[in-house]
Design a protein around this ligand. Structure first.
Ligand code: FE2
Ligand code: FE2
Length: 173
């Protein structure tokens, strides 16, 4: 049995994963139309990853015998007209995601729900890479400001990203 408090926190996180996917799709569309196909690709793959998180979280909640609440997914607002603006938001967004995942881990620990603690710790650890990537790209973009060939150089690097299902091979219920 999962507690009501933990179920609420996991359900909110499930919703947040869909919001993340939505946010990255919105950014991807803007970058694509602004001529930055590589950034658009990286963001699109990021959205695919967020959908995989949502599916994984959904399955965990159901496997624990619970049903998440399906509240509305917040709409996307923001200025995603330049790569710097996009990655500034990506970094802030991922820092917020880290905070919510940490608070779920804290609740799970307080309730001695070790299964949920272990489940959520996969995400907590994943956030280290998420923040590191966003921070690195933002730093490079800030250093490249006004230098379009430097920005395109990073765009070319990010064009190579392909989606890898983080849970491929994991046991399915
Ligand atoms: Fe995620
Ligand atoms: Fe993420």
């Amino acid at each position: 049995m999962i507690s009501k408090k933990l179920l609420k926190a996991l359900g909110d996180q499930l919703n947040a994963e869909f919001y993340s996917a939505y946010l990255y799709l919105a950014m991807s569309a803007e970058m694509d139309n602004a001529g930055f196909k590589g950034f658009a690709n990286w963001l699109y793959v990021q959205a695919q990853e967020e959908r995989a998180h949502a599916a994984h979280m959904f399955q965990y909640i159901v496997d624990r015998g619970a049903v998440p609440s399906f509240g509305p997914i917040e709409g996307i607002k923001g200025d995603f007209s330049t790569p710097v603006k996009v990655f500034d938001r990506v970094l802030k967004h991922e820092q917020n995601v880290t905070k919510s995942l940490n608070s779920i881990a804290t609740i799970a620990q307080a309730e001695n729900d070790h299964a949920t603690y272990q489940f959520v710790m996969w995400y907590v650890n994943e956030q280290v890479e998420e923040e590191d990537n966003a921070d690195e790209y933002l730093t490079r973009l800030k250093l490249s400001e006004g230098n379009i060939s430097a920005i395109y150089n990073l765009d070319t690097i990010l064009a190579a990203r392909v989606f890898v299902d983080p849970f491929a091979g994991a046991a399915q219920a």
